[in-house]
Design a protein around this ligand. Structure first.
Ligand code: NI
Length: 167
């Protein structure tokens, strides 16, 4: 397993819509293992394949975090159904250093997809897990937290990012 470099905004890969995973090849298996490792080592609770440069519908999540590592989930080709309620909370993203944003999400979601073995899975989630699932699936649509922010907040972040590139 290897820790992969994480792309940061405004990398164009982060704005692309990801393609379904058609087959679990040895390369995909390696990518899944590397993503879980990268998520933990980056102190994250979720990661989407586009964040490591692969435009594929593949996400990894562990809402218990890198210390506990109790519930690692790998989901291929996730699809939402039965979304209800709403809840607003502050989110951050490994691809958006220093950026945080209040985002309104569904409180309860059901996600169907495939696990790392290619088996059908269905996850009913609420609370933090529901939020992470929605955050990671946004990445598969080419969306990040900046798409949820006000225009002013986004402009200020753009200015900050440009300054970092110059320094
Ligand atoms: Ni993110």
């Amino acid at each position: 397993m290897a820790k992969l470099p994480i792309l940061t905004y405004p990398d164009p890969v982060l704005a692309k819509k990801a393609e379904p995973v058609a087959e679990i090849t040895p390369e995909i298996k390696q990518l899944m293992a590397d993503m879980v490792q990268t998520m933990y080592e980056s102190d994250g609770v979720g990661l989407a394949a586009p964040q490591v440069g692969h435009c594929l519908r593949l996400i990894t999540i562990d809402e218990t975090g890198p210390k506990e590592r109790k519930n690692p989930l790998v989901i291929l080709n996730p699809v939402f159904s039965d979304c209800s309620g709403s809840k607003e909370s502050e989110e951050s993203c490994l691809s958006l250093p220093t950026f945080t944003c209040m985002v309104k999400r569904f409180e309860n979601v059901t996600v169907r997809g495939l696990n790392e073995k290619g088996e059908d899975i269905e996850i009913k989630a609420e609370g933090l897990l529901a939020i992470i699932l929605q955050h990671e699936c946004d990445h598969l649509e080419g969306k990040t937290l900046v798409n949820h922010a006000s225009r002013l907040k986004r402009t200020m972040y753009d200015t900050k990012v440009k300054k970092w590139k110059k320094d």
